[in-house]
Design a protein around this ligand. Structure first.
Ligand code: ES4
Ligand code: ZN
Length: 319
């Protein structure tokens, strides 16, 4: 049995497996620009974050109805349960859907209809994290937060994702402040492809409580000390880093050095349908390629609960 764990860095749109993409395309009378599942899977060879994002946004076109979002989330939860996931904090990208004419309610109602019964059906508690697309304007992010106001009882936190370099955190200072004023928690992708300064700025300008990826902190000794002292969690995604070439090979992943530096590291899957595995597959990859011990894997699993936004009661029950 895979070790019980929380998953804290998971884009629900990144769980769209080619088989489901073809099913939804058929159901919605859409012709995908790929003849079959294998040809689509063969297209999953990326050179950097942008080359991945291009396919990720293109394939989302099959997500049209509430049932599509429900089925997407249910498929993820089923796989996550088999990987030992007991709690999942799930990102979604409203702007990627509203900009192609899908109402925000369709997205949120579809996702929450699956998440609402997840604890009973899959033994997984869930939170939703609304992400702003950082390669779009600050005003569009603010409009998205405004549109989400009627749905805030379903949303735990805001996040920041998409193309990092050239879109620094401070572009979104105002909308993150507005989110905090609404009682939302805050996380941000930083230091995936972007520099360590983006991590500092996510902390100092956005009030980020967790850093998604954060691997580039290893370039800045002062930042390592700061993150270790404050025990700010980092949601690291090893398979993602290799597939997007942020790290050359899994054998060279900085995760062991990050743990040795006293950082609160967690392991996550990011976009598992695209990067070759779900969260426990990432744990196994680390064990195999980096020789992580059972004790280190237990530490990573414990960190995942510590770093979550769970109430102390459920967290204590899960650890
Ligand atoms: C993402 Cl790997 C990654 N980085 C930034 N934004 C994203 N959205 C979906 N996956
Ligand atoms: Zn991500």
């Amino acid at each position: 049995m895979p070790i019980p764990k929380a998953e804290l860095h998971l884009h629900i749109e990144g769980t769209l497996e080619p088989e489901l993409a073809f099913q939804l395309a058929h159901r919605n009378n859409i012709t995908l620009p790929y003849p079959d599942v294998q040809t689509l899977r063969d297209a999953y060879s990326f050179t950097d974050l942008q080359s991945f994002l291009d396919l990720y946004y293109r394939l989302m076109d099959v997500l049209r109805t509430e049932a599509d979002f429900h089925d997407l989330a249910t498929a993820y939860l089923t796989r996550a349960a088999a990987q030992g996931v007991r709690h999942a904090e799930i990102f979604f990208d409203p702007q990627a859907h509203t900009q192609r004419g899908i109402p925000l309610e369709t997205v949120i109602d579809g996702l929450t209809s699956a998440l609402d019964t997840s604890l009973q059906d899959h033994g997984i508690s869930t939170h939703l994290i609304l992400c702003f697309l950082r390669d779009q304007s600050a005003q569009e992010a603010m409009d998205t937060l405004d549109a989400a106001r009627p749905h805030l009882h379903h949303i735990t936190a805001v996040g920041l994702d998409s193309a990092e370099v050239g879109n620094p955190p401070e572009k979104f200072t105002e909308v993150f402040q507005a989110a905090a004023d609404l009682g939302l928690r805050r996380v941000a992708h930083a230091g995936e492809e972007g520099p360590a300064t983006y991590i500092w700025n996510a902390l100092n300008h956005l009030g980020a409580e967790r850093i998604d990826h954060g691997i580039r902190c290893m370039d800045d000794p002062e930042l390592i000390t700061h993150l270790a002292t404050t025990q700010t969690p980092l949601t690291v995604c090893p398979f993602s880093n290799v597939r997007l070439r942020a790290v050359p090979t899994l054998d060279q992943h900085p995760l062991p050095a990050m743990m040795d530096a006293g950082l609160l590291v967690t392991v996550n899957s990011d976009d598992p349908a695209y990067f070759g595995g779900y969260v426990h597959d990432n744990y196994l990859g680390l064990q195999h390629h980096l020789g992580l011990t059972d004790e280190q894997l237990r530490t990573l699993a414990r960190n995942s609960f510590t770093a979550s936004f769970l109430t102390p009661e459920r967290r204590d029950a899960l650890i």
